[in-house]
Design a protein around this ligand. Sequence first.
Ligand SMILES: Nc1ncnc2c1ncn2[C@@H]1O[C@H](COP(=O)(O)OP(=O)(O)O)[C@@H](O)[C@H]1O
Ligand SMILES: [Mg+2]
Length: 218
Amino acid sequence: MALLEFLKVTYLRENKHILKNLSLKIEAGDFVSIVGSSGSGKSTFLKLCCHLISPTEGQIIFKGKDMRQYNPTKLRREIGYCAQTPSLFGNTVEDNLSFPYLIRNQKVDLARVQALFASFNLDPQFLTKEVKGLSGGEKQRIALIRTLLFTPEILLLDEVSSALDVDNTLLVEAVIKELNQKGTTILWVTHNLEQSRKYANKLLTIENGVSKAGEVLR
Ligand SMILES: Nc1ncnc2c1ncn2[C@@H]1O[C@H](COP(=O)(O)OP(=O)(O)O)[C@@H](O)[C@H]1O
Ligand SMILES: [Mg+2]
């Protein structure tokens, strides 16, 4: 059974087809790169994958059940999503990174936070920094760390390294690759064609809301 399956999914917005008749299967352990021109529907596809939006027509099946049958809180814990524009809340980085623990009634695991800071080349003092003073690339990494504090089953990444320099992009790639090797299924939208082919076993191209047949890379 596929982990995630799209059955003839169409998404309309103001009578415009954003995605048309999309059918595909994602297997557990896949690393899927999603490419396509700006405005082709990539971000919309990821939002459907985590039920932030629902299909106008067709069905999305997660672990054998229609996405709409899941409790949203449970779904959010199993499917991690990093949006194209990172949205941080509150005043400090700590407000953001304590939140995943707070909603689970757990004490913040500072060792885990610091280990992730180290993986992403962020200084330990980052915890107390104010959100409003962060650069775009720093916000991207904090949003990613917030999603990774508890490892999701599926990780949806929307151009999460677009504001990073080469070295920091490589760090992010290394963390994601390791997560995939440990079993997390990755769906990564990227503009970077080299990046799209580096680790992925499948390549999904979306053009004008239509996906070309998924290409198997390895
Ligand atoms: N909430 C929305 N309302 C109206 N149009 C939208 C909305 N979200 C996306 N679109 C349109 O859908 C198309 C696909 O958008 P998007 O999925 O963000 O593309 P991509 O991520 O590939 O750049 C674009 O033409 C965009 O303008
Ligand atoms: Mg997008």
